[in-house]
Design a protein around this ligand. Sequence first.
Ligand SMILES: Nc1nc2c(ncn2[C@@H]2O[C@H](COP(=O)(O)OP(=O)(O)O)[C@@H](O)[C@H]2O)c(=O)[nH]1
Ligand SMILES: [Mg+2]
Length: 444
Amino acid sequence: MDLGQGLRQALSKLTGAGLVDEAAVKSFLREIQRVLIANDVPVKLVFELSKSIEKKVLSADVPKGLSLREQVVRVVYEELVSLMGEKYEPSLKPRKLLLLGLYGSGKSTSCGKLSAFYKSRGLSAALISCDTDRPAAFAQLKQLSQKTGAQFYGSEKEADSAKIVRENLPHVKEDIVIVDSAGRSAFDEVLVKQLQAINSAFAPQEKILVMPADIGQVAARQAQQFHEAVGLTGVILTKLDGSGKGGGALAACHAAQVPVLFIGTGEKMGDLEPFDSKKFVGRLLGFPDFEALMQKVQEVAQEEKLEAEGMDKLTLGAFYKQLKAARKMGPLSSVFGMMGATDLPPEMMKTSEDKLKRYECIISSMTAAERDDTSLLRKSKSRLARVAKGSGCSEQDVRELLTQFEKICAMMEGFKKDRGMRKKLEKMLKKTGMSMDKLPGMGG
Ligand SMILES: Nc1nc2c(ncn2[C@@H]2O[C@H](COP(=O)(O)OP(=O)(O)O)[C@@H](O)[C@H]2O)c(=O)[nH]1
Ligand SMILES: [Mg+2]
């Protein structure tokens, strides 16, 4: 199970629990610990994190408008963000970048991606091939430069990489100059000497170590070694698309105070993004725009306070309205999940257009009293038969509707302790509007 899956599962267990109390929070924290450790986040960091979550959740005052479960989600989000590090804002000033790292870490690919990134920001870019070890390295980088439209510099015959820099640099006119260096299968003296020579010939503002995310917490030690050899300004973590250990590598780098500048998320030239821990964690937890969502939850809670009571009982009429609204917006499972309604019967969320029409007929065939109190229909065969006949549906259809409705009522019962959960759900449906399109599965 990867980090995102594990975290989402733990969260949905917690938010699905009928009552979120101290015991539920503690068992949730144990699960989070297990997931993080299994995903190679250093144990020391995991314990610090869970201690800090526990302290914030159990001893701090819950901010206005948040229930305990929402508070837990918020704190977990914030703590994970601070575990993974800072957001990187790439400078758009002309500058020189040296990429280094071991074999196959993704250096050459990242050189190409970086040139594409800066070009998309309106800067011109140059690539200099200084990998004189691998025979195909020159051709590979040249090809990448053709893909991204970067200028290419190098010398296929020259074996001295520092000399390549010295000879080519004076001719480079581009804003962003990126040097691709040779790797080794392990960190050693030969590599260090070569990098130091390039470093002094090139004098780059940025020295960026490229590491694949699947090395997990080893990332910290590797960064340390390279830092001592040439001094690093940051790292690029590649292959975050395939690795469940990305969280471990990110956390380890942050703990070692090595900033993660970019992450690579695929083999294509566009698959590079400046690292943003909020975005990363939001995606992991399944809420890409977590802050907007949280704000909405709080707004809804505030409004709800101002409003008079009057919706203490869920009626079939209100249920029907809700059902129709839910259909219009597409699957809302992530919003509902966040608010604790993970047990919403899936068949209800998937109710077909046809069924909705049938439900509408059935409900409109009921008397106001029956809509207010469905037990009348359960108690009286003749009432049930009358509604079925009046709506042109079978008695089975009517019973099915009652059953679904009763399930919802039972679920709502479970939320009684949770301030105005039902009203929140109803308001979420009304309010969410455009911005919810950004959530997973919300499109269309
Ligand atoms: N899936 C994925 N593959 C990557 C990523 N970055 C690099 N690769 C692949 O990793 C392999 C090694 O990359 P390369 O740039 O040649 O590594 P180098 O030896 O450090 O220069 C190539 O097959 C790349 O396509 C990434 O972010 N995601
Ligand atoms: Mg290479």
